[in-house]
Design a protein around this ligand. Structure first.
Ligand code: NDP
Length: 249
């Protein structure tokens, strides 16, 4: 899966799945733009990228900010001259109760980061030039399976799923592929950041008796972004240790 000569943007590259994907793209020879807000964490990932090789830049940006969304693309093009792969990975979760009327407090923030930011960056014209592709990081908790007190998160990821399909349909005739991946629980900081004890999540009994690490989800991102997946567009690949089977039982 060589990405030599390819230019890749990974949003949410400062942590978890995005950090793992950024390092792997660098290892495979890509030039990578690492996007996130936390400069210290971005620097830590940058050090790992330097060790494995490949060129990279840090773009400190908030994907939910209109100007930043444009700057992510323009700085990448200015530095590397092209764009081959956009990984829309940045995301947050948040829990709120419809019964208690607290959903709207989190709705705008979650939708702006998880869904608007996937629409936002003006990447398509650059991807048409390179016949590149987009990988959107969705979730099984979306239009696939609901979760209690997570209606805003579910709506945002359900939006990502149908956006993936409709964009894939629009861009296919230009040779641009658009796919999504839907992980089940992955050991990352996302739960801590939402004020949820990770143990609650990681104690989930999946049919395979395990939860995923970021690297295995990153593997899937690289596969979909690579020429090995040249016939795959509009797909949403699940990697959940059989979690949905369990939930649907
Ligand atoms: P982490 O919390 O480890 O990483 C989230 C990343 O998103 C961070 O790099 C963070 O960077 C970035 N981010 C958040 N908000 C913004 C923003 N406004 N602008 C720029 N970057 C932002 O979580 P994960 O790695 O788990 O999450 C990655 C994706 O995977 C998300 O889309 C999530 O919904 C999805 N996912 C995760 C699952 C899990 O169980 N972990 C399961 C299913 C899907 P910074 O703080 O530097 O801005």
């Amino acid at each position: 899966m060589s990405f030599s000569g390819k230019v890749v943007i990974v949003t949410g590259a400062s942590s978890g799945i995005g950090a793992a994907a950024a390092v792997m793209f660098c290892k495979e020879g890509a030039s990578v733009a690492l996007v996130g807000r936390n400069e210290k964490k971005l620097m830590d990932v940058s050090k790992k990228c330097s060790i494995v090789g490949g060129k990279h830049i840090i773009i400190k940006a908030d994907v939910s900010n209109d100007e930043d969304a444009k700057r992510i693309i323009s700085e990448t093009i200015m530095k590397f001259g092209q764009l081959d792969v956009l990984v829309n990975n940045a995301g947050i979760t948040g829990f709120a109760s419809v019964l208690e009327g607290t959903v709207l407090e989190t709705y705008d923030k979650i939708m702006k980061i998880n869904l608007w930011a996937v629409y936002g960056p003006p990447a398509a014209p650059h991807l048409v030039k390179t016949k590149g592709n987009i990988v959107n990081v969705s979730s099984i908790v979306s239009s696939m399976v609901a979760d209690i007190n997570a209606s805003a998160y579910c709506c945002s990821k359900a939006g990502v799923n149908i956006f993936t399909q409709s964009t894939a349909a629009e861009l296919a005739s230009f040779g641009v592929r658009v796919n999504a991946i839907s992980p089940g629980p992955v050991v990352t900081d996302i739960y801590d950041n939402a004020g949820v004890t990770p143990d609650v999540v990681f104690d989930i009994k999946t049919p395979l008796g395990r939860v995923s690490q970021s690297e295995e989800i990153a593997d899937l991102i690289l596969y979909l972004a690579s020429d090995k997946a040249k016939g795959i567009t509009g797909s949403n690949i699940v990697s959940d240790n059989g979690c949905m089977l369990h939930m649907l039982k």
